[in-house]
Ligand binder design. Sequence first.
Ligand SMILES: Nc1ncnc2c1ncn2[C@@H]1O[C@H](COP(=O)(O)OP(=O)(O)O)[C@@H](O)[C@H]1O
Ligand SMILES: [Mg+2]
Length: 273
Amino acid sequence: MSSREYRNAPIRPRVAIINQKGGVGKTTTAVNMSAYLASLGYKTLLIDADAQANSSISYGLDTNELDGTFYDFLISGTPLRSIVKNTMIQQLDIIPSNDNLYAADLDLAQLDDSKSFDILFRKLEDCGREYDFTIIDSPPHLGPLTLNIMRAADALIVPLKADFLALQGLAILYKTFLRVKKSLHQKLCLLGILITMYTQSQNICRDVENDLKNTFGKLIFDNKIPQNVTVAESPSFRRPVMLHGPKSPGAQKYKDFTLEFLRKIYGAIENEQ
Ligand SMILES: Nc1ncnc2c1ncn2[C@@H]1O[C@H](COP(=O)(O)OP(=O)(O)O)[C@@H](O)[C@H]1O
Ligand SMILES: [Mg+2]
């Protein structure tokens, strides 16, 4: 399948990068796969849905100087077009955040039960599917905002740091995914689990990888993201690793992963039809 064929696929998916644990590589994955998708010619929107605003900062935005944020879109009804910012990558736009998003969980919890989980879905649907891909960087907890993100997404990617406690959180996340799928969103697809910050020489990394493969089989992406200093330092240069160090092992793997993602999501969409 060529990239061009995929572009004719009937839906333009929204993909949430999700894990209630912090520090597992959600933002790094969202920032870098968005950059590669855009560089491959896909019109891409990155939604920074974390109050820590790490995706926004990684793209050089000053979070104290924003005209509007994801919070304004979600809660106050501000139109998308007045919030979206261009990035230094031609086909990539971003909806930024700042710390006002910390209020969102409380605001959402105060809405009627019937509305509180699908407000983001409805708002994004109302905007139409203008972008080939929408990538959502999620917060590190499983509150109302994260449930809204799961409801609004077509597919989930779970980054997982290859360490001792990795599998524990995954069981809870998987249960939540099954509940959301059953009660809110039957078509939600768990596209795959991405192993991040992998160090080949560490036994613990290999053990975690083997455990994951035994439990989740094909859900594990073939490409694992290595622990890599160029990936880690890119945000401080306010750009994705594709621009900061395109030849680094981390950049190469994020590129390979993005291509694997394209193959996988294309298959997932076909299976849904
Ligand atoms: N492949 C990697 N190699 C080295 N450092 C990484 C890598 N991926 C992420 N990091 C670093 O690990 C920390 C947590 O990553 P981040 O993407 O912010 O996680 P999350 O969004 O899940 O909290 C950040 O400091 C980030 O720069
Ligand atoms: Mg993050």
